[in-house]
Design a protein. Structure first.
Length: 343
């Protein structure tokens, strides 16, 4: 009997969730025919339009972890922790109907689980597996701990986030940077290992070391470049690396270089856009009530985001528009960061 596991691709928590779910399923779910379960994996990514193709469902059981709900009757297991877990109100109603209520549980109450308060889907699966199915998750303590740190961006310091000394940080770099055409084959090798051996030993696997080398080189090069380009004035870091096209850099680098800063405004360019990245130092000692609303600022320029971090995309051939936005945002954030604290 086969179980196909769909998971959030190019995401450390997605890979850890798929691994933990596999071990849970193997240990806690009865085998209908007495034969061992076989597992296969398929990554899912957020995109415009339909997220699932009905041709993807397997013939046996199907599980989705760390990704949106599907109302398809082919879905057997589902675990998620995202606020935006349902693509529509109908999907949510379909899930609620399957859950029933405490006095009369629905048919899916012991198969499909959702709680947006969990920091990682890995810790959510571990909670359900141990409390409702009696699984011993103690040997997986380290994996669960790091899934929470990485998915919740709860790094102790900018140094921890940028120097990548912990095995989990290097594994995150490998998983998140996997090229699209190789992501599937990489995760099929990765996922089973995450619950079979310590993270340090996963990191030492030759295929992981092979992928990691060039990624670390790029990471240190980005650190050097931003070190040369960035300035910090009146609590605001700014830099422009549009002349060095990049498909991304570690977003904590600016705060590692300028720990005294409150805000960061970066201008970068990839193959398809010029990007203004606006952020708040996650380790700032300023009270939340004194911080600027970054989403509101980015929305004024056609971008968006969250209260503490946001971005605006401009066409790749219109850097002047992007630079004009950057100038205005820097001035606004300098004024915000030098204002006296609210009484
Ligand atoms: Mn997650």
């Amino acid at each position: 009997m086969n179980c196909r596991i769909f998971y959030h691709d190019k995401c450390f928590d997605g890979a850890c969730s798929a691994s933990l779910f596999t071990r849970f399923h193997r240990e806690c779910v009865a085998r209908p025919s007495g034969h061992p379960w076989q597992y296969d994996y398929q990554g899912l990514v957020h995109r415009a339009g339909a997220l699932f193709d009905d041709a993807w469902w397997g013939v046996g059981e199907n599980a989705i972890v760390d990704f949106k709900y599907s109302p398809s009757p082919r879905l057997t297991w589902w675990f998620d922790h995202h606020q935006s877990a349902f693509a529509s109100a109908q999907d949510e109603a379909n899930f609620r109907a399957g859950q029933g209520n405490p006095s009369s549980p629905g048919p899916q109450a012991m198969r499909q689980f959702f709680d947006p308060h969990y920091t990682s889907c890995t810790s959510w699966i571990a909670h359900i597996a141990s409390t409702k199915f009696g699984m011993d998750v103690a040997p997986l303590k380290d994996l669960i701990y790091w899934a929470d740190i990485v998915d919740g961006a709860r790094y102790q310091s900018a140094t921890a986030a940028v120097e990548l000394l912990e095995p989990a940080m290097k594994l995150t770099l490998v998983i998140e940077s996997a090229p699209d055409d190789q992501a599937g084959s990489i995760s099929r090798k990765f996922i089973p290992l995450l619950t079979e051996m310590p993270l340090q030993q996963v990191l030492e696997q030759p295929f992981v070391q092979h992928l990691l080398g060039p990624l670390l080189d790029q990471h240190w090069a980005a650190l050097d470049l931003i070190r040369q380009r960035s300035v910090c004035e009146q609590g605001v870091i700014s830099f422009d690396i549009t002349d060095q096209p990049t498909e991304g850099y570690n977003k904590f680098i600016p705060y590692y270089l300028h720990p005294e800063a409150t805000y960061n405004v970066g201008l970068s360019k990839s193959s398809f856009r010029t990007k203004v990245s606006v952020g708040t130092n996650p380790w700032t000692t300023k009270p939340a009530s004194d911080l600027a609303n970054i989403a509101a600022i980015c929305e004024r320029f056609g971008g968006g985001g969250h209260a503490r971090v946001g971005a605006i995309s401009f066409p790749v051939d219109q850097p002047e528009q992007a630079r004009a936005a950057v100038t205005q945002i820097i001035a606004e954030l300098k004024a915000a960061s030098t204002q006296p604290p609210k009484p």
